[in-house]
Structure formats: structure tokens, C-alpha cells
Design a binder for this molecule. Structure first.
Ligand SMILES: [Zn+2]
Length: 210
């Protein structure tokens, strides 16, 4: 598996470029910004982007999706429970003092039990509401890797004070869907450093049982 993690935009959203070494097929996850640099990575590995997956409809994760779609022809996938948030991108950008990205069109919804296939690489969609209603994680069991969006961070969890957020739901999602994964699963959060399920189970202050 080829996997490049590129922090993009003012909030340094972790954009992942995941590619299959044989077919050179690739999926790009959360192209929030800096699409020129994302495309540079795609070219460096001689990849063909087949799908664009958005973990949730916050502007720092989805802002560059249309530009990437225009450059690659790949469809944009987002859970339908975040379609309402997607209509508020300009409002979100104003909160963050960012330039509005314009309208983003979704080609397909991604839901629980869907799989994102990239050559032989299988990414399982886990619907993990809480940070937003439509938040998803993408789990690659054969590679022991989880792309977690803003659901789980190293030492923290996603904020739940924005529209559609729920502290109860994010805890339930993390306990029921994420912490059930094997300890050695590498977690790539939506921002900040990479971690593992075992490390977060052991030491994340939001998750350790007292
Ligand atoms: Zn977010």
C-alpha cells in the first residue's frame, strides 16, 4: 500500500493519498486544500485517482474536493447525513476566516458496511456519528489502518460543539465502532500525529475508564 499523509490548509487537515502498487489505483481522503500538492503526490507515485472520500462535511476536509474532481474525474463520496452541513460551507468558511470554496457536489453517499475498493485494497466504511451526523471512518483491515477523520485524535476526540455534534454519540461511536478494532491498528486522525488503537485505549483521557 502506498500511503502519503499531507497536512493541508490553515487547519492542517491530514489529507491521505492511498494507492495500490500493482494497479496504481488510488483513493484520496479529505482533500481540504492545497490540491496542487495533492496532485504532485499522485504524479510522484504514478497513481490514478478513482475515488475521493470525505470523512465529514467540514470545510477544512472538503474544500478542495471539486478542484480534485475536476483534475482527476474521480467521484466525490460523503455520507448523506452530512449533506445539510455541506450546504453551509460558506458559513463554515466565514467562522474560520477562510475563503469560501463554492458549491461541492456529491456523486454518491457512503454508508455503514459500504466498501471503498482501490485495486485489491479494501476500505470498510464505519459510520461514526458524533463530530457530525455523517462522520465516517475508513478501515483497511488487511493493512491494520484506520482513517479516523475528526472522530478520534491522538490523546483527544473530535469537538462536538458545532452544528450536528453530539458528545454522547461520539463516545458511543468510538467505544462501539473504533475501540473494538485490534490494538495494533494505526490510526490516522483528521489532524495531528498518527497513533494506534492500543495507545488511545490505554491513555486517551476521554476514553479511559475510571
Ligand atoms: Zn471536522
Amino acid at each position: 500500500m502506498i500511503h502519503e499523509i499531507l497536512p493541508v490548509g490553515p487547519l492542517q487537515c491530514n489529507c491521505s493519498v492511498i494507492g495500490d502498487e500493482e494497479s496504481r489505483d488510488a483513493v484520496v481522503i479529505d482533500p481540504g486544500d492545497e490540491i496542487e500538492q495533492v496532485l504532485e503526490l499522485v504524479r510522484k507515485h504514478n497513481l490514478k485517482v478513482k475515488q475521493i472520500v470525505i470523512t465529514h462535511a467540514h470545510v477544512d476536509h472538503v474544500g478542495g474536493a471539486m478542484k480534485l474532481r475536476a483534475a482527476t474525474g474521480a467521484p466525490i463520496l460523503l455520507n448523506q447525513n452530512d449533506y445539510a452541513l455541506l450546504k453551509m460551507l460558506d458559513v463554515q468558511a466565514a467562522w474560520l476566516g477562510m475563503a469560501a470554496p463554492g458549491r461541492v457536489e456529491i456523486d454518491h453517499s457512503l454508508g455503514e458496511a459500504d466498501v471503498v475498493k482501490t485495486g485489491p485494497l479494501i476500505g470498510q466504511v464505519l459510520h461514526t456519528p458524533g463530530h457530525t451526523e455523517g462522520s465516517i471512518c475508513l478501515y483497511f483491515p488487511a493493512e491494520s489502518k484506520l482513517i479516523a477523520g475528526d472522530t478520534l485524535f491522538a490523546g483527544s476526540i473530535g469537538r462536538t460543539d458545532l452544528p450536528g455534534g453530539s458528545f454522547e454519540k461520539i463516545l458511543r461511536s468510538i467505544h462501539d465502532r473504533v475501540l473494538v478494532l485490534p490494538d495494533d491498528t494505526v490510526v490516522v486522525p483528521g489532524h495531528g500525529p498518527v497513533t494506534t488503537i492500543g495507545e488511545e485505549r490505554e491513555s486517551n483521557p476521554f476514553l479511559v475508564k475510571r
